[in-house]
Design a protein around this ligand. Structure first.
Ligand code: SF4
Length: 305
């Protein structure tokens, strides 16, 4: 089938985050990345995940030394200049954003919500750092709230290889607990974990599609950063083109109503890479993915039953 460039929109093939935000809030919404100011306990105690390099996820207006108020005051004017009059969600995205005492978390999240421009929260964390007290706290804010859980894969052999420090069973229980407490649940996935076949990745995507609590998914290509255990392991890593092909063929197995919050690992800087399996930039990858989907007549949810 031939398509004109106008019809070749990724949004016709994938339920994107911007589509979701426009539908949910009726206007353009942007996330402000914030740092809780705590180092991930898994990295402190267990050497962390093999792919983790904290230098790569500290955004330019985040700092472990800045208060939440200061981080917002730095970030918001830039966002408004670039994006105009948008509504804002506070996105606690780096490290493990539910690490710390309940009182500490309450203060940090409340500081974000007390800013007049912030209309909700997005909190990213590990499956083993969520409990009922934290969920009660989050519910008590009564604002739009998504909790993102680092799942990565449903295969324990992969979680072990990545030194995730949790099992699939733990992640499954946490996702259920979050969902039963009324939170929107997003999951982070890595596609192309060494040792996983396409069939393994498909099982992960199919499991997500069958889980009624999961509302959002973030796909990541595996990036090998300098100064990581992964860099020493010398494992075969997908090139960006192989990743795009795998992702395009996985999307048909993803339930249509699940929001695809991310398609590629973001903000990758070339000088931080130990294995340069990445050519081009995000705009080019998106265009390649879009073209692959159109040329092969693939779309999200097409093969989900
Ligand atoms: S859980 Fe996240 S922050 Fe902690 S070590 Fe793993 S990737 Fe790094």
């Amino acid at each position: 089938m031939k398509f004109g460039s106008e019809e070749r929109k990724l949004e016709n093939k994938i339920f994107t985050y911007s589509q979701y935000l426009k539908t949910k809030f009726g206007k353009k919404v942007f996330r402000v990345g914030l740092s809780l100011g705590k180092i991930c306990p898994h990295r402190l105690k267990n050497n962390g995940c093999v792919f983790c390099n904290p230098e790569t996820f500290t955004g330019e207006y985040q700092s472990q030394n800045l208060s939440i108020k200061a981080q917002l005051e730095n970030a918001i004017p830039r966002i408004k200049r670039a994006c105009g009059d948008v509504a804002l969600l506070a996105y606690f995205q780096d490290e493990t954003s539910t690490a710390g005492s309940l009182d500490f978390l309450k203060v940090k999240f409340k500081q974000a919500l007390s800013h007049p421009e912030i209309i909700g929260l997005v909190i990213s964390t590990r499956p083993d750092f969520v409990n009922l007290e934290i969920l009660e706290l989050l519910k008590s804010f009564q604002v739009p709230l998504t909790i993102e859980i680092g799942l990565q894969s449903i295969h324990d052999k992969s979680l072990k290889l990545l030194n995730r420090g949790h099992t699939f069973e733990q992640a499954e229980k946490t996702i259920q607990q979050c969902g039963e407490n009324g939170l929107d649940v997003g999951v982070h996935l890595i596609m192309g974990i060494p040792g996983e076949s396409f069939a393994d990745m498909k099982k992960t995507v199919q499991w997500i599609s069958a889980n009624k609590f999961i509302k959002q998914v973030k796909f990541h290509n595996l990036v090998v950063y300098k100064n990581t255990k992964l860099a020493e392991m010398n494992l075969p890593i997908l090139t960006i083109d192989e990743y795009i092909e795998a992702l395009a063929n996985l999307l048909p197995h993803l339930r249509k109503d699940i929001v695809v919050t991310r398609l590629f690992t973001s903000n990758v800087r070339k000088n931080q890479l130990a294995v340069d399996n990445i050519t081009g930039n995000k705009t080019k990858w998106m265009a390649k993915l879009r073209d692959y989907l159109y040329e092969n007549e693939l779309e999200q949810g097409k093969d989900f039953r």
